[in-house]
Design a protein around this ligand. Sequence first.
Ligand code: PEP
Length: 251
Amino acid sequence: MHLKPVIAANWKLNHGPTDAKAFLQRFLAQTPKLNDRTLVFLPSALTVTTVIDGLRERPEIWVGVQNVHSEAQGAFTGENSVLMARDAGARVVLVGHSERRHVFGETDSQTTAKMAMIAQARLVPMLCVGELLAEREAGRTAEVVERQLAAGLAGLDDQQIATIMLAYEPVWAIGTGRTATPQDASEIHGVLRRALISRVGEKVAGSIPILYGGSVNRGNASQLLAAPDVDGLLVGGASLEADSWASIARA
Ligand code: PEP
């Protein structure tokens, strides 16, 4: 089955509301409605409302957040919850991004809890998985991504699993300029697809988009998107500039 591609911009810790308004003006001026793909913006939580407002006339474009806390509310100073994200109009939540795992020390059990919380709130969890360079060199890529996927799905029932998106983001390729080849990406997407099939069967597994992320840019986007089992792109650095992002969005 060929899925409608999902192309997502992870702005990380960039673009406050003022920058975001200028970005959207320039991006929208060159980006007509694209029916054959789903575009997603993942701005900072402080910028989410500005981006949602800026896309009021373009409801086909989704907006999400980069992280939520695993509890819905309470004494967790500095955090954002899935209920707040939903209330603000977000539709997607990134979970287990490599920077969350390796910079902030987020564990598999935290991703389990966050995935369950997001699915219960009926938002779309976009689960990121990916191996470190040392794990790849030790031939452990499949084992690592299968473990991260299993943890992400552990608190979900089959119906909830049907709503998720996955992103394969090898850690050695994120922000490094070193991209996985389309063959590398396809191979690991195949590993993930088979793991999904054994958990929820062919039909549901075949409907879950698996995005590739890691140094995607306007030069390599279409080749990666054309690779077997690659159903979309998750883009960091190259999504920060409106012309570059507009060009990747059309890849
Ligand atoms: C990311 O942050 O998800 C990412 C893939 O970053 P970059 O495109 O900069 O490698």
